[in-house]
Design a protein around this ligand. Sequence first.
Ligand SMILES: NC(=O)c1ccc[n+]([C@@H]2O[C@H](COP(=O)([O-])OP(=O)(O)OC[C@H]3O[C@@H](n4cnc5c(N)ncnc54)[C@H](OP(=O)(O)O)[C@@H]3O)[C@@H](O)[C@H]2O)c1
Length: 287
Amino acid sequence: MEPKILVTGATGTIGSFVVDLLKDKKANFVAMVRNQEKAKPFKEKGIKTVVADFSKPALLERALEGIHKIFLLSVTSPEAPALQASLVEKAFEARVQHIVKVSVRGADPNANFNIGRWHGETEEVIRKSLISYTFLQPHSFLQNLLFDAQSIREEGKIYSMQGDGQIPMVDARDIASVAVKALLEPGHEKASYVLTGPQSISYHDIAREFSVALDKDVEYIKQSTEEGISAMLEAGMPRWLADDMAYLNTRYANNEDSDVSPVIEKVLGTKAHNLVDFIQDYIHIFK
Ligand SMILES: NC(=O)c1ccc[n+]([C@@H]2O[C@H](COP(=O)([O-])OP(=O)(O)OC[C@H]3O[C@@H](n4cnc5c(N)ncnc54)[C@H](OP(=O)(O)O)[C@@H]3O)[C@@H](O)[C@H]2O)c1
């Protein structure tokens, strides 16, 4: 029998691409959603769903019945390590064979930022669980630029704390494609994949490419760390996340996380999407 896959985070950025790719490949999978309302769009496309939640053990146990592989995606939060540890325990009891987990570049139980530490703790739990795994450790997503759509549209400006530094931002569509390979094909067991875009880019590059694509001036406004933190807190971001963003952006500004990883091209056999591809494909949102 073809192994059955549970897709968590199915309504999210990466998860929705994973679901579409698995559907195209006619894979045996079920999308986990948190309520019936969220199940509707999947059902309309003929995709099987199961209602469950990381924080609801009984529902989770039921969702894991008959599952062989999991695409594991959790929002980052202080509760995430405990919730995922509990899922891993239940997955082991349900005889799940493989977990493909979305983690983060720099994940480590001793990392200096919360997101890296929390993902690192979960990776450690999975490593010790005897379930096979593939850890996807992406860099910052190109899709994060969607948060800048309003200022690009309304002010012709893009703001960042990244100074003149460069990072190889990665397209969530490529992360999903690698996840699907790891779910459907052998050869990705016990692998940790650092996933980046094909070249390092700065916010000067980002502003320039938006200016070209939109045929208007898009100006890059450099924020100090204090200005960046204030703006994030004002927008309702929790303090721990604003602090993580400030920490990471200081590293980015100093080109400490600028290395390009070859993994996407190696695993997919095609080039990773770059900034220009992303802008072209999402241009309607920035107009
Ligand atoms: N953004 C970046 O640049 C970046 C870089 C590296 C790593 N990452 C990692 O990538 C992950 C985020 O990926 P994403 O942007 O694709 O996610 P996302 O779009 O934020 O989606 C999160 C998903 O988790 C689901 N969810 C929320 N609470 C849940 C719960 N209690 N039980 C079960 N499911 C729950 C959401 O469902 P609902 O629709 O019901 O809310 C949604 O499907 C995080 O782990 C983050 O650390 C992000």
